[in-house]
Design a protein around this ligand. Structure first.
Ligand code: CA2
Length: 149
């Protein structure tokens, strides 16, 4: 059970700025919580963060070849702009959940549209870092159910 977590641009700043919007946990703390939860469930989790669209596309493409079974992705600002990342996810055909820390529907109108949501198995937004843990819980349950078939 190999799960890939992808974090988009500026999420490396978590914990240092805008705690009122994005909370006070750092990306390293969020990743550590996810890694522990995955290990407890017998899954292997890798996290990848980049501020570069092409690097994110490359990592999604690699996930199609490296044994990744499920993707959890917060595309950050690319949520609202990146046809390239959406096309990469469609091309690899891996199931994914889209996560946002903030409730994008409560914010500016330009954040209301996501290029990813109609391909996602589900979308979690507004629940802070807990959203990633809920997405992981779903991924593990789905992969475990698949293994039993
Ligand atoms: O709510 C989310 O998770 C977002 O994906 C975060 C993106 C934003 O563009 C999306 O509309 C919603 C922004 C991530 C920026 O992260 C920062 C973290 C700390 C300080 C400044 C920015």
């Amino acid at each position: 059970m190999q799960i890939l977590v992808i974090h988009g641009p500026n999420l490396n700043l978590l914990g240092s700025r805008e705690p009122g919007v994005y909370g006070s946990r750092t990306l390293a703390q969020i990743d550590a919580d996810l890694t522990k939860m995955a290990a407890d469930a017998g899954a292997k989790l890798e996290s990848f963060q980049s501020n570069h669209e092409g690097a994110l596309v490359d990592r999604i493409q690699a996930a199609g070849r490296d044994g990744t079974a499920f993707v959890i992705i917060n595309p950050a600002a690319y949520t609202h702009t990146s046809v390239a990342m959406r096309d990469a996810l469609a091309a690899v055909g891996l199931p994914f959940v889209e996560v946002h820390l903030s409730n994008i529907h409560k914010r500016e109108a330009f954040r209301h549209h996501s290029f990813f949501s109609e391909l996602a198995e589900g979308v979690i937004c507004g629940l802070g870092p807990q959203g990633y843990l809920l997405a992981l819980q779903y991924a593990v349950a789905k992969l475990q159910a698949g293994q039993k078939q």
